[in-house]
Structure formats: structure tokens, C-alpha cells
Design a protein around this ligand. Structure first.
Ligand code: SF4
Length: 173
């Protein structure tokens, strides 16, 4: 079954900076035809829940008071890419407006809730490696028209590496 990488918060995991989720019910329907792999690049990159939100400013990701979080975001992006390469994942559905996952819009770096066209660190890296990145606001119905597979599952998110196949195969949800 083809695998899709999905922002963990879209599946209901409380991985957001404020400890909440961005549950988007339609995504779960994709488990009819895809093996859904939840992933949160910020958590996987080493940031806690809850955490201070970051915004992209130039080549860095910083908090409102100027703390540089770039290395955590980059680490999460690298792990997302490694996971995609390891499992030959060609499609990702990532939460828009996030400095990691955004694929259409990101905040402008002023911490004033203003959005600009742009991509988050993880989305950008995946796109650069040929992975098709969609967001929850795209029309994703076409994905259900793809050829059907015989098995489906939603898997629980956790800290893991691409080498930790056991973790990925652990539990359906
Ligand atoms: S980094 Fe991505 S997956 Fe994690 S909480 Fe933010 S939008 Fe969701």
C-alpha cells in the first residue's frame, strides 16, 4: 500500500506549540487507500510540547523574543525527508501556515498574525526532493480515486527514526 506522510496534528495528535491539534477529519478517510504516516517535524526535531512558537525570519526561525530555533526545525525537516526516502513516500499532506509544514502560506516573521506566500522548512525540503506536498486546504478528493489497496491503517505518532521500522508498525489507530 502506498504511504502518505501527514502532519500529525491534522490527524488529531496534540503536537502544536500550544498543546492542541489541528484535527482535519477528511484526512482520516484516506486510510481507505493509503498507509498514513503521522509526523510532526517540530517534535521530531527536538522541540517540546508546549513550546514557544517560531516564525521564519530570513534564513532563521526565531521566537518572538529572538531565540534562534533554526537547528530544531532543520533537524525535523531532515528526519521527515529521511523517512520519505526510506519508505519511498511520494506524497505529503502538511498543515498550512506552519513554519515547518506550510506549503502555501507562512507567517511573516513579525508575530502579528500576518500571512505571506511561502513554504515552511520541512515542506520546502520535501518539495526540493520531488515529493508532492499538499495542505489541508487543497482539494484532496482525487487521492481517493487512486487505485484501491487491500489494507489500511492510521498509525500513532511517536518520536522515531527511519531506522525504527518497528515503531511505525506498532499500532493502528
Ligand atoms: S510542526 Fe507541523 S505537524 Fe507539528 S504541530 Fe506544527 S503543523 Fe502540526
Amino acid at each position: 500500500m502506498e504511504k502518505i506522510l501527514v502532519s500529525a496534528c491534522l490527524l488529531g495528535d496534540k503536537t502544536r506549540y500550544d498543546g492542541k491539534d489541528n484535527f482535519f477529519p477528511f484526512i482520516r478517510t484516506l486510510n481507505q487507500k493509503y498507509d498514513i504516516i503521522p509526523f510532526c517535524p517540530e517534535v521530531e526535531g527536538g522541540l517540546p510540547i508546549p513550546r514557544e512558537p517560531g516564525e521564519i525570519k530570513g534564513a532563521s526561525i526565531v521566537t518572538k523574543d529572538g531565540k534562534d530555533l533554526t537547528k530544531f526545525y532543520q533537524e525535523g525537516a531532515k528526519k521527515a525527508l529521511a523517512l520519505c526516502l526510506y519508505f519511498n513516500i511520494k506524497i505529503a499532506i502538511l498543515k498550512d501556515r506552519s513554519p515547518s509544514c506550510g506549503s502555501r502560506f507562512i507567517h511573516d516573521g513579525s508575530f502579528s498574525n500576518k500571512l505571506i506566500d511561502g513554504t515552511g522548512i520541512t515542506a520546502r525540503l520535501l518539495i526540493a526532493h520531488g515529493i508532492k506536498v499538499y495542505c489541508e486546504n487543497d482539494n484532496l478528493e482525487f487521492l481517493l480515486k487512486e487505485p484501491k489497496s487491500s489494507f489500511s491503517s492510521l498509525r500513532k505518532t511517536s518520536r522515531r527514526s527511519p531506522n525504527d521500522k518497528k515503531t511505525l508498525n506498532k499500532k493502528n489507530r
